[in-house]
Ligand binder design. Sequence first.
Ligand SMILES: NC(=O)c1ccc[n+]([C@@H]2O[C@H](COP(=O)([O-])OP(=O)(O)OC[C@H]3O[C@@H](n4cnc5c(N)ncnc54)[C@H](O)[C@@H]3O)[C@@H](O)[C@H]2O)c1
Length: 342
Amino acid sequence: MIRLGIIGAGAVAHFHAASAGRISNVELAAVCDLQPEAAEKVARPWGARTYGDYLEMFRGASLDAVIINTPHALHLDMVLAAARHGLHVLVEKPMATSVADCDRMISACQESGVKMVIGQIQHFLPEKLAVEELLASGELGHVLMIRDYRTTDYRPGTRPEWFFSKGMAGGGALMNIGGHCLDRSIWFGGAPVESVSCSTLNRFGVPVETDGSISLTLRNGVNVMISVVSDAAQRTDEVLIICEHGTILCGPLKGTLVRRNGLTSTVWEPRPEDIQEGFFLQLQDFIKVLDGGTPKVSVGHARHIVEVVLAAYESAESGMPVVLEPTALHSLDAARTLSEVP
Ligand SMILES: NC(=O)c1ccc[n+]([C@@H]2O[C@H](COP(=O)([O-])OP(=O)(O)OC[C@H]3O[C@@H](n4cnc5c(N)ncnc54)[C@H](O)[C@@H]3O)[C@@H](O)[C@H]2O)c1
């Protein structure tokens, strides 16, 4: 039996907890949050113990693994502590707020011999899995261009206060929501990012960016355009993939549609349970990794997303494109993702 803990009983903690409840060799043993009632609410249905201090939970709850589901800048210290206690970690996105922090997390887990997987949920959402299958079939040929548009809301009071702190969140709408767009666009595009141009807006008087547009060139020449808009007239979360022999439109609201030879067909109808299913498949993948399997999403990919968001901020600041150096981790990822895309 794998004894699992959760730190941070916030927005998606109940998805993680319910996923644990569906895996026969996993027991949600403990939940930690600074707010006792939040911890209690997530823990109670599963009979898990609650803690207010995660180090106390690490010492007292006989855990094997922990999900780190807290404000972004806290991921580093929590992963370092988990590694010291010999606990495997599933860390919510974004991995951290700097590339140096990502590297410290990778080294600490390697040195302690614990597994670390980052919760890049896009790779497990059923409508995105339908895209993966379609691209792998080769029917549509190569991906040529991607347009990704997602709305959010960064008006004051719309989310917990730490999301508006650059120090705690690492940035605003692009670090938090843009990271999902980068995640799926780099995955579907089939190669890491070569260069980034970005512009951002600071509306509503909040200290982080509320909107942004990012243009990427991937190392295989695919162009990606990402827009993240706060408080838009209509809620949208859509990626449009333009391929040699057709186009794919994918999002949680419309499902997955393919257009080929002037005809549109639906390959995935959205269902209310799709988000919960994504969290379940993600946890199942993590448990597979603890059994010696390979994660669906490499830590190098998660680190690359942080690197690209920070490069986007640099570009927005300077008004110039930023060219990224390939690193060993990226080359490894590129080899894997490219071989999967025909
Ligand atoms: N995968 C997704 O779709 C998705 C969706 C939402 C949030 N997230 C990610 O989940 C993480 C948490 O975001 P959220 O929206 O749940 O935030 P949140 O503010 O709703 O929840 C964070 C929780 O962490 C607790 N916390 C803070 N510091 C703590 C500490 N030192 N010890 C114990 N608990 C502590 C807070 O009390 C709070 O309850 C972030 O990384 C965020 O980007 C992912």
